[in-house]
Design a protein around this ligand. Structure first.
Ligand code: T1G
Length: 644
């Protein structure tokens, strides 16, 4: 035994698993747990066992790194059954998170207790699979079918309190978990034991329940939630063993699917990105106090995100009226959180108490970090940084939120240029996870490390980008749109292109999305480049904007929109405007349209890699998944094209 240790507390065995970093259930863990049951059953001095974990969490599920390999005995369902069939009852003592196979093992135990801060869940569908060790068969027996359907098909964990209410936990213990669990076990021995979960009855549900659940599960866009639902439904209509066999078959089928491979790719990429190996050991600078320049949508979003992460905020605007508007914008962000029940009114007040506004840059004299989010015009930005260079500490980080300008041009002439960096947030900045971190050649390594530390503190997905027009995401977006317009010029209907990308998994196609965001944003960028003397080809979008068609905001862009209705309608005016250039006569299969557009994204991604703008293909995939709605279960453009 190397991962499990046993301590005797009278007649209770305390079995501790220590498999850092998250007590993932590897082959070795399964083997040792399986053998441990027999050992404890054979010991006459023991009457029960408590299973607890060392480190930050209870068992976090099957070891995802083993998914690509052939399954090795003892299989996890057999370990769960072994624990359930033990002569002496086991009590799962949960802290951190009992997830996936970790919670399935807990359901094999006779009892489950947890600390208040613990969470329990079955997130397998987020990895493109379904629970494979009785999650779809035991959970409905423990918590009822409805709760099981919600837990399994959403993949969202429950707090300990909610889990207890649903019947998934027997007790929430305060104080020390181990002693609480041992006391619980001792007390349980004094009464009749509850029936093992697998023996408990299962309620039947009416067909309309399943129809509604199928409708919800199919919204996920990939098959795992529907297959999980099907497995629960099967369990309500068959015996335990048959249902287990059906679940296992489904799990193994999905485990080898493209979607599961793509979701695992994103899972590991998301965990690597915020901690670049190149920055290992480099101490970030502090960022407890943050100045935000600009109280518009972006500035308020950035201020709200930083405040939510516990930083003290000074919001700078040009005059008292603009300051008031800016503070009001930040307040509206927290109003939304109160409305959604995420925070209380007191919580809102506490947050706003940490945000003050001013029109005097001198207030920034002592801040650790300043993030500029003013109008996207080089002169305006350079004036802001000239002022910041004068008033801020020489070691204060100065960051620009620019999305298209060259950070080197913004920082020109700035004292201590090593403390300058680009932090490209995506709107709304308090919601969108993607954060492109753009160092200049002068940026110091500890400043770059601070950018990533800020990204982690804000629970963002930080990705390093080199300097080029549009960095990573907007550069690929430009290529994606150009390719889509190219298909239109070849005769493919605009609506077909959008439909093809929705079928692929995007919430919206490229033309619908432009109508939502506004065609004029990209138009102004092209016009700015033309005014700067750069050769920028005329696009179909230019023709529409010049005709006043900027998208939904003008009741018409690529599509027409009826008053108060966001449903895109094919537009005769667009056909008129673009004339014979858009015949809509070429019938391409939607799969081919998607292949062409995703291929263009990946081609631009490869150029970005070749130029050293991105550090790795998975970074490009993360940018697309977290910033541009690329469907996660396709893995991102680089993964999707490499896998095709
Ligand atoms: N397998 C392998 N490695 C894992 C892992 C897992 N399940 N979970 C995390 N890691 C690694 C991760 O890659 C990172 O590695 C380190 O642990 C810290 O992770 C049969 C089939 C548990 C809430 O989906 O949700 O059970 O980068 O940064 O923020 O039905 O990790 O340090 O080298 O995320 O404290 C179901 C996935 C599996 C849980 C902790 N379980 N993990 O969050 O740490 S399928 C999951 C998480 C299954 C059964 C099915 C989180 C966490 P490195 P981290 P964290």
């Amino acid at each position: 035994m190397t991962l499990l240790t046993v301590r005797r507390d009278g007649e209770i065995a305390v079995v501790t698993l220590d498999n850092p970093p998250v007590n993932a259930i590897s082959e070795a863990v399964r083997k040792e747990l399986f053998e441990m049951v027999g050992q404890i059953d054979a010991d006459p001095g023991l009457r029960a066992a408590v299973l607890i974990c060392a480190g930050r969490t209870f068992l976090a599920g099957a070891d995802v790194r083993e998914f690509g390999k052939p399954p090795v005995e003892p299989h996890l369902p057999d370990v769960v059954d072994r624990i359930e069939a033990a002569e002496k009852p086991w009590v799962a003592a949960i802290h951190g998170a009992a997830l996936g196979g970790g919670f399935e093992i807990a359901m094999g135990c006779r009892f489950r207790v947890a600390v208040e801060s613990a969470r329990v869940g079955l997130p397998e569908v987020t990895l493109g699979v379904i629970p494979g060790a009785s999650g779809t068969v035991r959970t409905p027996r423990l918590a009822g079918v409805e709760a099981a359907v919600e837990l399994v098909t959403s993949g969202r964990p429950l707090s300990a309190a909610k889990a207890q209410k649903a019947g998934l936990l027997d007790a929430v213990v305060s104080g020390d978990l181990e002693s609480g669990a041992v006391a619980f076990a001792r007390k349980a021995l004094g009464a009749d034991l509850p029936m093992p979960v697998s023996k408990r009855p299962l309620e039947q549900m009416p067909e309309e329940f399943w129809q509604g659940a199928r409708k919800t599960a199919s919204k996920a866009g990939h098959q795992a939630p529907l297959r999980a639902l099907d497995s629960i439904c099967f369990a309500t209509e068959h015996g335990f063993s048959e249902a287990m066999a059906h679940e296992r078959e489904t799990f193994l089928d999905l485990r080898g699917s493209d979607e599961a491979a793509a979701l695992r790719h994103v899972f590991f990429a998301e965990r690597a990105a915020p901690k670049p190996a190149a920055l290992k050991g480099i101490e970030p600078r502090p960022f407890k106090s943050v100045g935000v320049i600009g109280g518009g949508t972006m500035g308020a979003g950035i201020a709200g995100a930083c405040r939510e992460a516990g930083m003290e905020i000074i919001l700078i605007e040009r005059d008292a009226e603009a300051v008031a508007r800016g503070l009001d914008n930040v307040g509206k962000i927290f109003d939304g959180a109160v409305k959604r029940g995420k925070i209380s009114e007191e919580g809102r007040a506490e947050r706003m108490a940490g945000v003050r506004g001013s029109s005097d840059y001198a207030e920034l004299a002592q801040v650790d970090l300043v993030i500029e989010a003013v109008f996207e015009e080089i002169g305006v930005k350079r004036a802001v940084f000239a002022e910041l260079g004068r008033v801020c500490r020489s070691d204060a980080l100065l960051a620009t939120n620019t999305s298209y300008l060259d950070p080197r041009a913004i920082a020109e002439g700035l004292p201590n240029p090593e403390r300058f960096i680009g932090l490209h947030f995506f709107s709304p900045a308090h919601i969108m996870k993607l954060l492109e971190i753009v160092p200049t050649p002068d940026t110091a390594p500890d400043v770059l490390a601070t950018g990533f530390a800020l990204g982690r503190a804000l629970n963002k997905m930080p990705v390093q980008a080199g300097i080029c027009e549009g960095f990573i995401g907007n550069r690929i977006l430009k290529r994606y749109r150009a390719e889509a317009e190219g298909l239109v010029l070849q005769g493919v209907a605009i609506s077909e292109i959008d439909a093809a990308m929705r079928d692929y998994g995007f919430r919206m196609g490229p033309f619908e999305a432009q109508d939502l965001g506004g065609l004029d944003i990209a138009f102004l960028q092209r016009e700015g480049a033309r005014a700067a003397g750069r050769e920028v080809a005329e696009t179909l979008g230019d023709v529409l904007v010049r005709a006043g068609r900027k998208g939904q905001k003008t009741a018409g862009g690529w599509y027409d929109y009826a008053e108060g209705d966001r449903t895109p309608q094919p537009s005769a005016a667009v056909s008129e405007l673009l004339g014979e250039r858009i015949s809509g006569s070429l019938d391409l299969p939607r799969s081919e349209i998607a292949e062409r557009l995703v291929g263009a994204m990946a081609a631009e991604g490869q150029a970005i890699l070749d130029e050293g703008i991105a550090q790795a293909p998975q970074d490009i995939d993360l940018v697309e998944v977290h910033g541009y709605g690329f469907p996660r279960w396709k893995g991102g453009p680089m993964f999707a094209v490499a896998a095709s």
